[in-house]
Design a protein around this ligand. Sequence first.
Ligand code: UD2
Ligand code: MN
Length: 474
Amino acid sequence: MSSIFLFFSELVRCKSIHYDSDLPTASVIIIFTNEAWTPLIRTIWSVLNRSPRRFLKEIVLVDDFSDRAELGEKLDLYIKYRLPPLVKLVRLKERHGLIRARLQGAKTSTGDVLIFLDSHCEANQLWMEPLLQRIKESRSAVLVPIIDVIDDNTLEYYHGNGRYFQVGGFTWSGHFTWIEVNEEEQRRRGSPVGPTRSPTMAGGLFAVERNYFWEVGSYDDGMDVWGGENLEMSFRVWTCGGTLETIPCSRVGHIFRSFHPYTFPGNKDTHGLNTARMAETWMDDYKRLFYVYRPELQTAEWGDVSGRKELRNRLRCRSFKWYLDNIYPQKFILDEDSVAFGRLRNNVSQPHLCFDNLQRNEKTPYNMGLYNCHNFLSSSQYMSLSKNGELRREEMCAEIPTYFSGNTEKVRMSRCHGRRGNQEWYLTQQGQLIHKVTNKCLDRADKQSMDDVVVSDCTNSWTQQWWFDHYAPL
Ligand code: UD2
Ligand code: MN
């Protein structure tokens, strides 16, 4: 009942917003390689049907060298006989990947605003006006709609509850994540449907003023096929004077797929290589944390980024530290927001055992493990004791179930909630790590490599002495 009410009220709120009659025009750029016929056609028709003609200057389709038969002559004929002349098609003569395909689309476009879409989307009602209106007010705002889910099996459009949405974050491994809108931003934006600042964007669906797109450095054309360009653009826009915002009244559905329906020429890890280019250019010293997760990329062949660094200097962009402090202050910095970090080791007997996530999936809660200490600091053994007393990894914090009554209990890693409680620990001079609420100590006990780590009653035992690699100066 209440969610229906909320959905209704957000919808009404969005529909009651006034949009100017003289908004800038838009070129909608849809890139594809070997897209299936029906989602591509669905994307095109949803844009045609749901965008006011006076603002829709053109739709630019960019074929990134597809070889599916139906995308050849059949598509040419469909465009010629079934679609209005404002739909244009550019065919690339070799496979360029989505980054250079979008660059080609942008070069071809003549509208005031560029709106990029993936080739398996459905633009919803009133999707375009809120984007154009905001760009009219702020030409350096790069905008993303709310991305609704289209089921990849049934192709059904899920509308969500109409109110709740997340914005973009990132992991130190260089991946995009969805995060909550923090409280400060909820206050700053004023209305639940107001433009909401987002630290990063997913990448596929966004609007940008055409000249600003070029001014702020378009894309890194040294990036291949897929991946990484979204964080690159996010960090670049924020640090070089623009903003990145989610516009809640603009909604576009997207088919999220669990595989890539296209090849990666040369079987390259393009996401990794592109992200290394991004880290080298934009992350300053913080690239050290990216390389903790991706050590092999430090020496990989990600090519020359001097041109991108020159761009960064020319635009006098701010530092990555500025970005972290001002745009993503809630982001946990493993080695800066901590009183101690590194491997967390018990030395009582050989082999030394270290905390290790044992490659367990960190998206859901898991038990913390122990493993022989590596002779370097690998991501699987990286632990931090945060300034708020969390014993944590990037997003997951150690806790002990509150129903704990016996002598020993496993250490559970759950999403950090930032409210201390059962996620609060402290370190003693003797190296004990004590869980505050239960007053129990981390204990190696009789455990071996690959076992789960436990807490038990505090004693003077050496099995309860733990050492971090690094301690912050007091
Ligand atoms: C997400 C983005 C996607 C892109 C990617 C990171 C959303 C909804 N999607 O992955 O746009 O930013 O993250 O790079 O935010 N394509 C080509 N040539 C290629 C590969 C892909 O033209 O070599 C096209 C493809 O047909 C599609 C678009 O690029 O239209 C994005 O590819 P995707 O849908 O496989 O990426 P996705 O949604 O998993
Ligand atoms: Mn996609």
